[in-house]
Design a binder for this molecule. Structure first.
Ligand SMILES: [Fe+2]
Ligand SMILES: [Fe+2]
Length: 416
């Protein structure tokens, strides 16, 4: 391409219109504003008819043909304004590298998210020019402050870096042969954990398809969370069976509690109830299991799961804090969501009995009655610890101390 008195000129050689010339003409026109003139230099005589006809069809203006002495035609085309893509062509984007890596956070900084997103841009990636006339997509999460906290791409980068392998990163070969009563307790605890992990896999999946692609980093983070939950389900079920304990009981309490999560329709309420309150409470539960783990494999699977969960909780916290900062009515909505859920669980008085027993035996380490008394006490302390941490987390999210205590008390006895 060369510049002359037209805004832009291309050399078409002897290419016919239907033999590839358009691959030069169309991108060159895309670089022009409406009315901008492109010169097409060509020795192909068929263009004298073909190019004006093509311009008419594409709503560009064929201005004139000039005969140049050295034996070629110079066709002048003014760019039309019909089907002009929205937005400007990206140019001069530079993405910094860190030891050869390009982070999503730097991409986000280079191409920031819009405050509101347009559902007629479909799956166009943020930054692409969008040809008008596309259909409206059924995305309902179209508002940055309720979808994407500023830290979202950083959290995604962290998630990418922290992925681990459920086969090679767990020392499965060290699975011991423990007394049956301990294996059965482990089987029960991991049955409960896996069941709750399943809800943490399904709930975010419900919202991904509602998120406008302008906020794709949130969808990407949620998909990393889903990969994490899939891995947790995998390792928890494997550990339940690896020592011969097998799965235990799925209780009606858990089932009822998780249904009330799955039925949430508001993304921020879901992030609050699942990640801040539910996964937050699970951090203490996983710490408890690690502290009382009877073997290295158990300790390792819960330790690794806990470190993933800390990231999910962090997402929940920054999401809720960011949304609260931009929407003062949200406090009441979140409190109302906790209260509504508590009403549906009003017939549930405590943690599922099989889980209580499993955790007590794990903490006891045997069926010796003195040990069981200690295990029982440890379980009671766990409930207190969970409450205290929830209150701190709620205060951190922006609730007052009093609201935080109330909301923590109303949280499901199923922990998630
Ligand atoms: Fe998990
Ligand atoms: Fe999680």
């Amino acid at each position: 391409m060369q510049n002359d008195n037209a805004a832009l000129a291309i050399d078409g050689g002897d290419l016919a219109l239907g033999a590839g010339l358009l691959a030069l003409v169309r991108p060159a026109l895309d670089l022009l504003e409406p009315g901008g003139v492109l010169a097409v230099n060509s020795v192909n005589r068929s263009l004298r008819d073909d190019l004006p006809r093509w311009c008419q069809l594409q709503h560009h203006e064929y201005r004139e043909r000039q005969w140049i002495d050295s034996g070629y035609d110079r066709h002048l085309i003014a760019r039309g304004s019909l089907s002009l893509p929205r937005g400007k062509r990206e140019c001069n984007i530079t993405l910094p590298q860190h030891d050869g890596q390009i982070f999503a956070d730097d991409v986000l900084k280079a191409i920031p998210m819009p405050e509101r997103a347009d559902p007629t841009s479909g799956f166009a990636p943020r930054g692409a020019q969008v040809e008008p006339g596309g259909p409206r997509y059924p995305f309902s999460l179209l508002d940055r402050e309720h979808v994407s906290p500023p830290e979202i791409a950083k959290l995604y980068d962290q998630a990418v870096a922290a992925q681990w392998n459920a086969n090679t990163d767990i020392p499965w070969q060290k699975t011991p042969k423990l007394p049956d009563v301990i294996e059965r307790a482990l089987g029960q605890v991991f049955t409960f954990l896996a069941e709750n992990e399943l809800s943490a896999l399904y709930l975010p999946s419900k919202f991904i398809s509602r998120i406008h692609p302008a906020y794709v980093e949130t969808a990407m983070f949620l998909s990393s969370q889903m990969a994490d939950e899939a891995r947790h389900i995998d390792v928890f079920l494997k550990r339940a069976r690896a020592g011969g304990g097998g799965l235990g009981v799925s209780s009606a309490t858990t089932s009822q509690s998780l249904l009330s999560l799955l039925e949430l329709e508001d993304f921020t309420e879901a992030a609050f109830l699942l990640s801040v309150l539910g996964e937050g409470t699970f951090l203490d539960l996983l710490t408890f299991i690690e502290e009382h783990a009877p073997d290295e494999v158990t300790a390792e699977v819960v330790r690794r799961a806990r470190s993933d969960e800390a990231r999910h909780v962090h997402f929940g916290l920054v999401h809720v804090r960011h949304a609260l900062a931009h929407d003062t009515t949200l406090y009441h909505r979140l409190e109302a969501a906790v209260r509504r859920r508590a009403v549906t669980l009003s017939n549930v008085s405590g943690a599922p009995a099989p889980l209580q027993d499993g955790l007590t035996i794990l903490a006891a380490g045997s069926t010796d009655t003195k040990a069981i008394a200690r295990g029982h006490e440890a379980f009671r302390e766990l409930l207190d610890t969970m409450h205290e941490s929830r209150v701190k987390r709620l205060e951190h999210a922006g609730f007052t101390a009093e609201q935080a205590r109330t909301l923590s008390d109303l949280h499901t006895p199923n922990f998630m």
